[in-house]
Write a protein of this length. Structure first.
Length: 220
């Protein structure tokens, strides 16, 4: 991939960040997914929510890890995944990495796996991780990593971009822009309730969509 292409992606990431900043749908409050009522199944689209297409199931792809070994996404079958697409030149990507590390430590007992996918030059990624290591696996790619991102059903418009799946590989939510703790915890709560059989797949997706509309962007 030529540097010009990465510059274009950086500009796209900036546009995506601006979109995220001005996106305001604060009229809804976060639903308590631990107290699910029959009425929750009757929810319509969240008022004011922007529709974002997503794939129904996780795409099948393989990318090289930091050692150069090819790793298939299927290696993490049976785990709920948080697939975070990032780049070394993306400031919001770097900013959310400490949170991803915390979530990896806190939710590993729930079989929730954080997986980083760097859309960047390999040498740049290795240099960055040597100085700022993370506690979760990182895969690296260029166009093949972009293809993996688009496999989640959303046109690749910038980074960070994060996809959340349940323990069976069903895509529950795709996030364009930086993720914050209240958003992540809301999604993880739905994932755990789905696994426990308290809600079904359709309800989990709906609760997340409604909840995300009411969670402040800056996690405050």
């Amino acid at each position: 991939m030529h540097k010009t292409v990465l510059i274009i992606l950086a500009f796209a990431a900036l546009i995506a960040g601006v979109f995220t900043y001005f996106y305001r749908t604060a009229e809804l409050t976060e639903p308590d997914t631990n107290q699910v009522t029959p009425a929750a199944t009757d929810m319509g689209p969240a008022p004011g929510a922007t529709a974002i297409r997503r794939a129904e199931v996780r795409p099948d792809f393989s990318l090289a890890d930091t050692t150069g070994a090819m790793r298939s996404i299927n290696e993490w079958d049976g785990k709920a995944l948080v697939v975070n697409f990032w780049a070394t030149w993306c400031a919001p990507c770097r900013r959310e990495m400490p949170l991803l590390m915390e979530l990896e430590s806190e939710h590993s007992r729930d079989d929730i796996q954080i997986l980083g996918v760097a859309v960047d030059f390999r040498d740049d990624v290795l240099s960055y991780l040597a100085e700022t290591p993370v506690n979760y696996p990182v895969l690296i790619g260029e166009q093949d990593a972009i293809d993996a991102a688009e496999g989640f059903g959303v046109e690749f418009v910038g980074m960070p971009f994060t996809a959340f799946t349940d323990h069976h590989g069903n895509v529950l939510h795709v996030q364009i822009g930086e993720i914050h703790r209240p958003q992540a915890e809301l999604i993880f709560k739905a994932i755990n309730n789905l696994r426990a059989g308290n809600i079904d797949l359709a309800m989990a997706r709906r609760l997340i969509a409604h909840g995300m509309a009411g969670v402040p962007d800056q996690g405050t």
